[in-house]
Ligand binder design. Structure first.
Ligand code: DX5
Ligand code: ZN
Length: 214
Protein backbone atom coordinates (compact mmCIF):
# COMPACT_ATOMS: atom_id res chain seq x y z
CA UNK A 1 0.00 0.00 0.00
CA UNK A 2 1.30 3.43 -0.89
CA UNK A 3 1.86 6.05 1.78
CA UNK A 4 -1.40 7.76 0.82
CA UNK A 5 -4.62 5.74 1.01
CA UNK A 6 -7.25 6.74 -1.53
CA UNK A 7 -10.72 5.47 -0.70
CA UNK A 8 -13.24 6.34 -3.44
CA UNK A 9 -16.80 6.66 -2.14
CA UNK A 10 -19.33 4.53 -4.01
CA UNK A 11 -22.03 6.97 -2.96
CA UNK A 12 -21.35 8.62 -6.33
CA UNK A 13 -21.25 5.31 -8.25
CA UNK A 14 -23.94 3.86 -10.50
CA UNK A 15 -25.87 1.73 -8.00
CA UNK A 16 -27.37 -0.36 -10.81
CA UNK A 17 -23.88 -1.36 -11.81
CA UNK A 18 -21.94 -1.66 -8.56
CA UNK A 19 -19.96 -4.76 -9.48
CA UNK A 20 -18.44 -3.02 -12.51
CA UNK A 21 -17.93 0.18 -10.55
CA UNK A 22 -15.88 -1.45 -7.78
CA UNK A 23 -13.90 -3.54 -10.28
CA UNK A 24 -13.11 -0.40 -12.23
CA UNK A 25 -12.04 1.51 -9.10
CA UNK A 26 -9.66 -1.28 -8.20
CA UNK A 27 -8.18 -1.30 -11.73
CA UNK A 28 -7.75 2.47 -11.53
CA UNK A 29 -5.59 2.26 -8.40
CA UNK A 30 -8.02 2.70 -5.50
CA UNK A 31 -6.50 1.49 -2.22
CA UNK A 32 -9.80 0.99 -0.41
CA UNK A 33 -13.50 1.21 -1.32
CA UNK A 34 -15.42 3.66 0.88
CA UNK A 35 -19.00 2.63 1.68
CA UNK A 36 -21.27 5.34 3.12
CA UNK A 37 -23.96 3.93 5.39
CA UNK A 38 -26.70 6.42 6.36
CA UNK A 39 -29.79 5.75 8.45
CA UNK A 40 -32.06 8.77 7.98
CA UNK A 41 -31.66 9.61 11.71
CA UNK A 42 -28.04 10.41 12.42
CA UNK A 43 -27.99 12.08 9.01
CA UNK A 44 -31.00 13.17 6.95
CA UNK A 45 -30.47 10.62 4.21
CA UNK A 46 -30.79 6.88 3.66
CA UNK A 47 -28.28 4.94 1.65
CA UNK A 48 -27.09 1.38 1.89
CA UNK A 49 -26.63 -1.33 4.49
CA UNK A 50 -24.79 -4.57 5.13
CA UNK A 51 -26.44 -6.55 2.27
CA UNK A 52 -24.77 -4.24 -0.24
CA UNK A 53 -21.38 -4.69 1.44
CA UNK A 54 -21.93 -8.45 1.19
CA UNK A 55 -22.85 -8.17 -2.48
CA UNK A 56 -19.75 -6.23 -3.52
CA UNK A 57 -17.31 -8.13 -1.30
CA UNK A 58 -16.63 -11.00 -3.78
CA UNK A 59 -15.87 -8.46 -6.51
CA UNK A 60 -13.01 -6.59 -4.87
CA UNK A 61 -9.74 -7.68 -3.37
CA UNK A 62 -9.01 -4.30 -1.79
CA UNK A 63 -10.33 -3.47 1.71
CA UNK A 64 -13.90 -2.28 2.23
CA UNK A 65 -13.85 0.92 4.28
CA UNK A 66 -17.28 1.20 5.89
CA UNK A 67 -18.31 4.63 7.19
CA UNK A 68 -21.27 4.31 9.54
CA UNK A 69 -23.30 7.51 9.73
CA UNK A 70 -25.93 5.92 11.95
CA UNK A 71 -27.33 6.08 15.45
CA UNK A 72 -26.64 3.12 17.73
CA UNK A 73 -23.65 1.87 15.72
CA UNK A 74 -23.07 -0.82 18.38
CA UNK A 75 -26.15 -2.67 17.09
CA UNK A 76 -24.82 -3.11 13.57
CA UNK A 77 -21.15 -4.07 13.99
CA UNK A 78 -21.78 -7.82 13.70
CA UNK A 79 -23.77 -7.39 10.47
CA UNK A 80 -21.06 -5.36 8.80
CA UNK A 81 -18.27 -7.68 9.94
CA UNK A 82 -20.17 -10.70 8.58
CA UNK A 83 -20.79 -8.84 5.34
CA UNK A 84 -17.05 -8.38 4.88
CA UNK A 85 -16.08 -4.94 6.20
CA UNK A 86 -12.31 -4.56 6.63
CA UNK A 87 -12.45 -1.17 8.32
CA UNK A 88 -15.40 0.10 10.33
CA UNK A 89 -15.58 3.79 11.17
CA UNK A 90 -18.31 5.11 13.43
CA UNK A 91 -19.18 8.58 14.66
CA UNK A 92 -18.19 9.80 18.10
CA UNK A 93 -21.39 11.90 18.19
CA UNK A 94 -23.49 8.72 17.85
CA UNK A 95 -21.51 6.79 20.44
CA UNK A 96 -20.37 9.23 23.16
CA UNK A 97 -20.06 7.20 26.40
CA UNK A 98 -20.04 3.96 24.44
CA UNK A 99 -17.07 4.96 22.30
CA UNK A 100 -14.52 2.80 24.09
CA UNK A 101 -16.83 -0.24 24.11
CA UNK A 102 -17.54 0.08 20.41
CA UNK A 103 -13.83 0.42 19.62
CA UNK A 104 -13.11 -2.79 21.56
CA UNK A 105 -16.02 -4.56 19.91
CA UNK A 106 -14.79 -3.74 16.40
CA UNK A 107 -11.18 -4.62 17.29
CA UNK A 108 -12.25 -7.99 18.68
CA UNK A 109 -13.04 -8.96 15.09
CA UNK A 110 -9.46 -8.27 13.97
CA UNK A 111 -10.41 -5.53 11.57
CA UNK A 112 -9.41 -1.85 11.58
CA UNK A 113 -11.42 0.67 13.56
CA UNK A 114 -11.95 4.33 12.75
CA UNK A 115 -13.50 7.13 14.80
CA UNK A 116 -15.10 10.06 12.99
CA UNK A 117 -16.05 13.58 13.98
CA UNK A 118 -18.53 15.94 12.36
CA UNK A 119 -17.62 19.57 11.57
CA UNK A 120 -18.95 20.98 14.86
CA UNK A 121 -17.12 18.48 17.11
CA UNK A 122 -13.84 19.67 18.59
CA UNK A 123 -10.88 17.33 18.11
CA UNK A 124 -10.03 17.62 21.82
CA UNK A 125 -13.10 15.50 22.57
CA UNK A 126 -11.55 12.43 20.97
CA UNK A 127 -7.87 12.77 21.87
CA UNK A 128 -8.21 10.19 24.63
CA UNK A 129 -9.16 7.55 22.06
CA UNK A 130 -6.25 8.07 19.67
CA UNK A 131 -4.16 5.22 21.07
CA UNK A 132 -7.07 2.80 20.71
CA UNK A 133 -8.03 3.36 17.07
CA UNK A 134 -6.36 2.75 13.71
CA UNK A 135 -7.86 5.78 12.01
CA UNK A 136 -9.53 9.11 12.69
CA UNK A 137 -11.90 10.41 10.03
CA UNK A 138 -12.22 14.18 10.03
CA UNK A 139 -15.38 15.15 8.17
CA UNK A 140 -14.81 18.18 5.96
CA UNK A 141 -18.55 18.57 5.18
CA UNK A 142 -21.67 17.90 7.25
CA UNK A 143 -22.18 14.18 6.69
CA UNK A 144 -25.24 13.12 4.72
CA UNK A 145 -24.70 13.94 1.09
CA UNK A 146 -22.07 13.78 -1.62
CA UNK A 147 -21.11 16.75 -3.74
CA UNK A 148 -20.82 19.37 -0.99
CA UNK A 149 -18.16 22.07 -0.67
CA UNK A 150 -15.03 21.40 1.39
CA UNK A 151 -15.03 23.24 4.75
CA UNK A 152 -11.50 24.52 5.20
CA UNK A 153 -12.00 25.24 8.90
CA UNK A 154 -12.48 21.52 9.56
CA UNK A 155 -9.04 20.79 8.13
CA UNK A 156 -7.52 22.79 11.01
CA UNK A 157 -8.35 19.83 13.25
CA UNK A 158 -5.86 17.63 11.40
CA UNK A 159 -2.64 18.98 13.01
CA UNK A 160 -4.24 18.85 16.48
CA UNK A 161 -4.99 15.18 15.97
CA UNK A 162 -1.60 14.54 14.38
CA UNK A 163 0.30 16.13 17.29
CA UNK A 164 -1.45 13.89 19.78
CA UNK A 165 -1.48 10.70 17.72
CA UNK A 166 0.80 7.71 17.56
CA UNK A 167 3.02 7.62 14.46
CA UNK A 168 0.91 5.03 12.63
CA UNK A 169 -2.54 6.60 13.07
CA UNK A 170 -4.28 7.03 9.72
CA UNK A 171 -5.85 10.46 9.38
CA UNK A 172 -8.62 10.37 6.80
CA UNK A 173 -10.64 13.27 5.42
CA UNK A 174 -14.02 13.01 3.72
CA UNK A 175 -16.18 15.62 2.02
CA UNK A 176 -15.43 17.93 -0.89
CA UNK A 177 -12.09 16.27 -1.55
CA UNK A 178 -10.43 16.94 -4.91
CA UNK A 179 -6.80 17.35 -6.02
CA UNK A 180 -6.60 20.82 -4.46
CA UNK A 181 -8.36 20.22 -1.15
CA UNK A 182 -6.49 16.92 -0.72
CA UNK A 183 -3.23 18.85 -0.97
CA UNK A 184 -4.36 21.26 1.75
CA UNK A 185 -5.20 18.30 4.01
CA UNK A 186 -2.02 16.41 3.14
CA UNK A 187 0.11 19.42 4.10
CA UNK A 188 -1.68 19.49 7.45
CA UNK A 189 -0.98 15.79 8.07
CA UNK A 190 -3.81 13.75 6.50
CA UNK A 191 -2.84 10.55 4.70
CA UNK A 192 -6.14 9.07 3.54
CA UNK A 193 -8.59 10.68 1.15
CA UNK A 194 -12.20 9.79 0.53
CA UNK A 195 -13.62 11.24 -2.66
CA UNK A 196 -16.92 10.57 -4.38
CA UNK A 197 -17.94 13.17 -6.92
CA UNK A 198 -14.38 14.20 -7.80
CA UNK A 199 -13.48 10.66 -8.87
CA UNK A 200 -16.76 9.62 -10.48
CA UNK A 201 -17.27 12.88 -12.39
CA UNK A 202 -13.74 12.82 -13.73
CA UNK A 203 -13.31 11.74 -17.37
CA UNK A 204 -10.36 9.60 -16.23
CA UNK A 205 -10.79 7.90 -12.86
CA UNK A 206 -7.22 6.62 -12.82
CA UNK A 207 -5.87 10.13 -13.26
CA UNK A 208 -8.22 11.46 -10.57
CA UNK A 209 -7.14 8.78 -8.09
CA UNK A 210 -3.47 9.40 -8.87
CA UNK A 211 -3.92 13.14 -8.43
CA UNK A 212 -4.92 12.48 -4.81
CA UNK A 213 -1.66 10.64 -4.23
CA UNK A 214 0.64 13.40 -5.55
C1 DX5 B 1 -20.73 12.37 3.01
C2 DX5 B 1 -20.02 11.05 2.83
C3 DX5 B 1 -18.93 11.10 1.84
C4 DX5 B 1 -19.36 11.45 0.44
C5 DX5 B 1 -18.29 12.30 -0.12
O1 DX5 B 1 -21.54 12.33 4.12
O2 DX5 B 1 -19.47 10.57 4.05
O3 DX5 B 1 -18.14 9.92 1.83
O4 DX5 B 1 -19.57 10.36 -0.41
O5 DX5 B 1 -18.72 12.82 -1.32
P1 DX5 B 1 -17.91 13.97 -2.06
O6 DX5 B 1 -16.53 13.45 -2.32
O7 DX5 B 1 -18.71 14.14 -3.30
O8 DX5 B 1 -17.92 15.16 -1.16
ZN1 ZN C 1 -17.97 8.84 3.96
Amino acid sequence: MSEIIVSPSILSADFANLQNEVEELEKCGADWIHVDVMDGHFVPNLTIGAPVVKAIKPHCSIPLDVHLMIDNPQNYIEDFVKAGADIITFHYEAAKDLTEDIISHIKSHDILVGLSIKPKTEPQEILKYLLMVDMVLVMTVEPGFGGQTFMEDCAKKIPIIKQNAPENLIIQVDGGINDKTAKVCKNLGANSFVAGSYIFKSPDMEEAINSLKD
